[in-house]
Every structure is written in structure tokens, then in C-alpha cells.
Design a protein around this ligand. Structure first.
Ligand SMILES: [Ca+2]
Length: 344
């Protein structure tokens, strides 16, 4: 059992081209085999962790033991990620008892990653996708558990550069959570939590309709929308949209007021309305007729400060639904996003 770890070893971190030609990031001591008394390049904080004498590969891995409190974690030494890239983070996990694991990549600015419930005694590989902000310089990886009583094991961490590819038909590209049916274009996601399937997109990194993130945090399959908010863009090839509606679902709103705006050029936005009351779905907003016909529509979700909520203002976006009619008959299409590895 390890309570406090001294710094051990120096691990040089570089972007390297692996023998298979892919562009991998070398995560420090990624199989946890190196070290003397403790796993080199990793530090334990705020809880109970163990450098185990077993592993998915090799002879070693690390574990966290949840004691019902928040939040024991292993933190890696820093490594380099490039700005404005997509990456796949893969790691192997198993548990004794079930725990919720949160995996965060910190890379220049506030960024977060998925949460996933791990409840299986055999090793299983998990893949997560994230993108890096413009200010990315030094990065580090953080493995947490939340308020659980079980024990979770980690081994074989890899980070590989990828890029999203969207399904295409008749000149129209659609990604996961987008579809065309009976000349209706529908985009968005529902309330269901990522759970055991953390690779779902839910408007997150790699989503085709995610346009810009002025001020929001993606974590565990939902967005924490702050004052600057998040902007989605809905574009169906070169086909014009003639009318549209929108609704959203938010939970946990410690402060502020959710505000919805729309635009057909990404510059001039009109306010559709505000919602302050928590309910299953918001009212349905009909987008103003003056925005149509349009080849693209932008939806901007923000959180406005209110006089009684000075300081902190945010809400969690759990559901999002945009529907529009298209001007010309087009074939039905169920969108799909896949991440392909980038070779050098
Ligand atoms: Ca290992």
C-alpha cells in the first residue's frame, strides 16, 4: 500500500512514430513496470493506492481503493500533446466491487474527460476520445474514483492521435446523433447517461455538429455550460433548411439562467428565450422565420448571470434536440462518427 510517493526517475516524453506507423504519445511508465519502491512517474493523492504485483501486461499495475470518500487519484508526470488535435486514450481496467472512475486529461486550460462505472473482475479495454485546446502545452493524466467502496486496477495506457470521420451519402455527411428521416433533419442526444458506454459523443469532442466552445467543460458525457457557453452548428450538405425547432434538457443548476440564441451565419444571434425551471425537457423553441431558408443554423447555449447569482453560473446539459425541415427531398440517412488513427 502506498500513502505518499517520492519522485522516482526521469521519463522523457516525446511524440513518437510507432513501428505500425501511427502517431502515438508516449505516456510515462504506461504499464507501471518501472520504479523502485513506487511506480515511477506517477503520484498518489488523497487516498489509498497500491503498486500491484500483477498486471494486464507485464508484472505490475496500479490500483485505487475507494473508501467512500472523494477522491483518491493517481497523477502522471507531464507529457506533450499537440494543440487542436483529437486523441484516443485507451487503458485497461478491472475492479473488485464496483466503482465510478473519472479520467481526466489536463492540457492547457480547464479540460476534463469521461466518467465511467467499472464493474467487472476481468481486464477490459476502454477507449475515450478528447481534443486539445489551442493553448495546450504540458499535459498530465489523472485517474480518480468517486465515493466508491471498491478497488479499481489500471494498466497499459496509450494515447494515439486520431481524426473523426463521418458517414457520407449522396454528398451529405452526418455524424453520430444526427439523422435524416422523411425529409426531417434531427440532431441531438437524450438524458441517458454514458455509463458503461463512455465513447458516446453526446455533442462532445468529435461531434460533427459541435462548432465552438467559448466557455464550457465536457465531462462524463455532459457539458457544464458556463457564461460563454457552447455553440452547435447544423448543416446538411448544401441543402437548405426551411424551419426548425429546438429544445434542451438541463439538470443541476447551481446559479445563473440558461439562455438560448440562434443564428444563420454564426455572427448575428437572436435570443430564442431563457429557461430557469428544471423540468424534463425545456419548452420547444420555434426558430424565427426570418432565419430561413438557411444552409446552416447555429444554436448557442449560454448561462447568463442573474442579480441573485453573482459569481458562479453554470448548468449541466443532459439533453439536446434540434429538428428542421429540409427544402429538397433527400434520402434517409443515419449518421455515424468513427475515429481513425492518424499515421505519420
Ligand atoms: Ca503492466
Amino acid at each position: 500500500m502506498v500513502k505518499q510517493l517520492p519522485a522516482v526517475g526521469l521519463f522523457s516524453i516525446i511524440l513518437m512514430v510507432t513501428p505500425n506507423g501511427l502517431c502515438d504519445v508516449q505516456v510515462p511508465n504506461a504499464s507501471f513496470e518501472e520504479g523502485e519502491k513506487f511506480p515511477g512517474a506517477w503520484t498518489l493523492k488523497d487516498g489509498i493506492g497500491t503498486w500491484e504485483n500483477t498486471g494486464h501486461s507485464g508484472k505490475r499495475c496500479i490500483s485505487l481503493s475507494g473508501d467512500g470518500l472523494c477522491c483518491p487519484r493517481w497523477t502522471s508526470e507531464s507529457f506533450t500533446l499537440e494543440p487542436n488535435k483529437f486523441y484516443r486514450l485507451s487503458l485497461w481496467m478491472k475492479t473488485v466491487g464496483g466503482v465510478v472512475v473519472s479520467i481526466r486529461v489536463r492540457c492547457g486550460g480547464t479540460r476534463s474527460g469521461p466518467e465511467v462505472g467499472v464493474r467487472h473482475p476481468e481486464w477490459k479495454r476502454y477507449d475515450f476520445y478528447f481534443d486539445t485546446p489551442e493553448k495546450t502545452k504540458s499535459s498530465s493524466l489523472h485517474l480518480y474514483t468517486y465515493f466508491g467502496q471498491g478497488r479499481v486496477f489500471f494498466d497499459d495506457v496509450t494515447i494515439t492521435e486520431v481524426r473523426p470521420v463521418y458517414r457520407k451519402k449522396a454528398g451529405i455527411e452526418l455524424g453520430t446523433e444526427e439523422r435524416i428521416k422523411d425529409n426531417l433533419y434531427i440532431a441531438g442526444f437524450g438524458k441517458e447517461y454514458g455509463g458503461e458506454n463512455p465513447t458516446v459523443i453526446r455533442g462532445g469532442p468529435g461531434s460533427r455538429y459541435l462548432f465552438k466552445v467559448p466557455e464550457a467543460l465536457y465531462c462524463g458525457g455532459r457539458w457544464y455550460v458556463e457564461r460563454g457557453g457552447i455553440i452547435f452548428r447544423h448543416k446538411v450538405g448544401q441543402v437548405e433548411q426551411t424551419e426548425a425547432t429546438f429544445r434542451f434538457l438541463f439538470t443541476y443548476r447551481p446559479a445563473g439562467t440558461p439562455i438560448v440564441l440562434a443564428s444563420n451565419d454564426g455572427k448575428n444571434f437572436v435570443e430564442l428565450g431563457r429557461e430557469r425551471e428544471l423540468k424534463k425537457w425545456s419548452d420547444t423553441f420555434q426558430l424565427p422565420a426570418k432565419l430561413f431558408p438557411a444552409k446552416e443554423i447555429y444554436i448557442w447555449l449560454r448561462c447568463d448571470e442573474t442579480p441573485e447569482d453573482k459569481g458562479w453560473h453554470t448548468y449541466e446539459l443532459f439533453g439536446y434536440e434540434y429538428k428542421s425541415k429540409v427544402a429538397n427531398p433527400i434520402p434517409d440517412l443515419e449518421g455515424k462518427t468513427e475515429f481513425v488513427e492518424v499515421g505519420k
